[in-house]
Design a protein around this ligand. Structure first.
Ligand code: HEM
Length: 398
């Protein structure tokens, strides 16, 4: 620690629209600056290299989520902050206790039932889309599918405009109060009461994940009020992320030479596509921790009580970890990618997201000889997320 040096300072705003639409030049600058940098525009530390990202993810004693996983520090007086997330923004041991209750709800038996439903819904969706040949893979496939199967699995009310607005709010709220933030907050305003109401017990469907959270609350396994907080977390965290990952995966399958053909020849590798798609275009681009003490990382001195950003998308393309990182390659060993985080807070819904992707891609593989770009993809600028706005594709049936 005595020899640790101050972090180099970067003069680029990672939340500018240019960077959000094409984050990769900034990621390279961040990684090349050193193990940790200081982002002057927001006065936060940032890591973009793989090893340091893992180090921050896996050491809650030094790098805690209790200041919130967004840019603002929830502990600071006057910080504008949504209610803290009962699972994600809590350290062990409280986190461990709640996580084990949620894990029980996401049991293997529940997953088996979802698989049956998700396969059926994926086949029906792809059959219907094949009649049209040209589709927007964002709205017609990724959104249509997730809005059906995930909403059914959780057992919550659904209103498309409301859910899109709430998602836009959630993933812009984690960044600075820039134009994207203000636009998203205004868009969500008319739906906030609806959203709050949808998390209440009398509005959840019998048999779904949401109801199981309320049953755990009845049984005294979690504190009163936690069930609706968990429902909110699942709805906010589980849909846009999966839609983003599916869209990016379809983009690369359609545009990376020979990859769809390889997958058709190796359909048992269908899961590899979503892994590589989410590594390449990491849906949650950033998350934050707060430093709990004066410390050191990679020879860089860090002060206590400061926010530190993990640029997950940068770590997932770090050439120190990934050979030829900018290439979409279904044969790649993707184990260890960080799209779902790692450590205590690693994504608890990842098997649901993976199952959704597997069912949708398998239904496509069984029916579609080729998927081809039918126009330019359009990225959507969102403070925390890498996601497509439009993805015109042509589906060529078998
Ligand atoms: C492609 C889809 C998804 C991606 C990329 C993703 C990504 C992530 C990441 C990066 C984290 C860790 C955040 C951190 O440590 O700061 C996380 C945590 C979490 N995710 Fe996901 N997620 C996805 C889908 C889902 C789904 C479908 C659900 C719900 C079923 C979900 C629920 C959660 C929850 C509750 C946590 C917090 C876990 C904890 O604190 O113990 N996610 N996710």
């Amino acid at each position: 620690m005595a020899d640790a040096i101050a972090p180099p300072s970067l003069d680029i705003d990672p939340y500018s629209t240019d960077v959000l639409l094409d984050p990769y030049p900034f990621h390279e600058t961040l990684r090349d600056a050193g193990p940790v940098a200081h982002v002057a525009a927001h006065d936060v530390y940032a890591v973009g290299r793989y090893d340091e990202a893992v180090a921050v993810f896996t050491d809650h004693r030094r790098f805690s989520t209790t200041g919130g996983i967004g840019l603002a520090d929830a502990r600071k007086p006057g910080a504008s902050f949504r209610p803290l997330n009962a699972l994600l923004e809590v350290d062990p041991p409280d986190h461990t206790a709640l996580r084990s209750v949620v894990n029980k709800v996401l049991s293997p038996a529940a997953v088996r039932q979802w698989r049956v439903d998700m396969q059926r819904d994926a086949e029906a969706l792809v059959d219907a889309l094949l009649d049209r040949r040209e589709v927007d893979a964002v709205t017609d496939m990724a959104e249509a599918y997730v809005f059906k199967v995930f909403v059914d699995a959780v057992g919550v009310r659904f209103d498309r405009d409301a859910i899109l607005a709430i998602g836009d709010m959630s993933f812009n709220q984690s960044g600075p109060q820039n134009a994207l933030y203000h636009r998203a907050m205004a868009r969500a305003q008319p739906y906030l009461a609806w959203f709050e109401e949808s998390q209440q017990r009398h509005n959840v469907a019998p048999g779904g994940i949401a109801e199981k959270f309320f049953l755990a609350e009845d049984a005294g396994e979690v504190q009163p009020g936690i069930a609706s907080n968990l429902v909110r977390t699942f709805v906010r965290g589980g849909m846009d992320s999966t839609i983003a990952g599916l869209g990016s995966t379809l983009l690369h399958l359609a545009s990376a030479h020979g990859q769809w053909d390889w997958l058709r020849a190796n359909p048992q590798k269908v899961r590899a596509a979503f892994e590589e798609g989410t590594r390449m275009e990491t849906p949650f681009q950033t998350t934050y921790r707060v430093t709990m003490c004066d410390t050191e990382l990679g020879g860089i001195a860090l002060e206590a009580d400061r926010k530190i950003a993990i640029f997950i998308g940068a770590a997932n393309r770090d050439p120190r970890r990934w050979p030829d990182p900018d290439r979409f390659d279904l044969r790649r060993q993707t184990v260890g990618h960080l799209a779902f985080g790692t450590g205590d807070h690693n994504c608890i819904g990842q098997m649901i997201a993976r199952l959704e992707a597997e069912c949708l891609l398998a239904a496509l593989l069984a029916r579609v000889r080729a998927i081809e770009p039918a126009g330019a993809p359009v990225w959507r600028p969102v403070n925390q997320m890498r996601t497509l706005d439009r993805l015109p594709l042509r589906l060529v049936p078998l």
